[in-house]
Design a protein around this ligand. Sequence first.
Ligand SMILES: [Fe+2]
Ligand SMILES: [Fe+2]
Length: 253
Amino acid sequence: MQKFIAYDKLAREDRFIRMRARRVAEIRMEQGLPPFPDLRDLESLRNRIHGILVGELQAMEGAGRTVFDFADDTPWEFVMDMARQVWDEARHVEIYTKLLEHLGGYLGEYPESTLLWRCACAATPEERVAGVNRGLEGLACDVFAQLIRLAQKLDDPLLERAVDYVLADEITHVRMGSYWLRRLTENAPERLQKALEFQMSIDERFNLGGVRGADARAESEGIPIAQDIRREAGFSEDEIARLVATTQRSPVY
Ligand SMILES: [Fe+2]
Ligand SMILES: [Fe+2]
């Protein structure tokens, strides 16, 4: 089997349309919409849920690829953790598919961006856990915490509990990332540094080349850093402080 496959080789039904995240943001802005769904209305909430759903799908595929790509040269426990994550992400895909239907949406209603998969194709296992588990799944913790608060406001206990259930898994995925980032680079500080830099670059990728700057509405729609959850998931105080500073610049926070 081929290693490190391109995103356009991922198996998908015809109803999925893939597009770069930056292009999606540009098209939205051309239509007078904020670059990212800002949760102002039900349509925007559906859009956000769809984005999370395809993220879960790519997270499942990414963890599966990591099992395959690195099974021969990483500890057995690492491979087991990644295999367990495949199982968790598959469940998350099912949960978000049902949540999308609960909100009146359907699979393929919005384009699928390829950001997570591209991070999941990093060349080393430590960069994958840094970029995907700590970078993107850390971001997912912030997004899910915000969704839970929104569900409470909307008085939608199904949405609230379902997202809370997935969040509990995501915290374990970020913790796994924190643990394996250290373990895999125990005697290789330069590899640790490289992986941490890759993780930091994820925040920059979410700036999408500054496209958000043209839309003032997006500036006011923040996704706060879920600091307690981040701490629980193994982020240091320095990392949390850096993330809080990044929120001043990133459209997704
Ligand atoms: Fe997930
Ligand atoms: Fe996850």
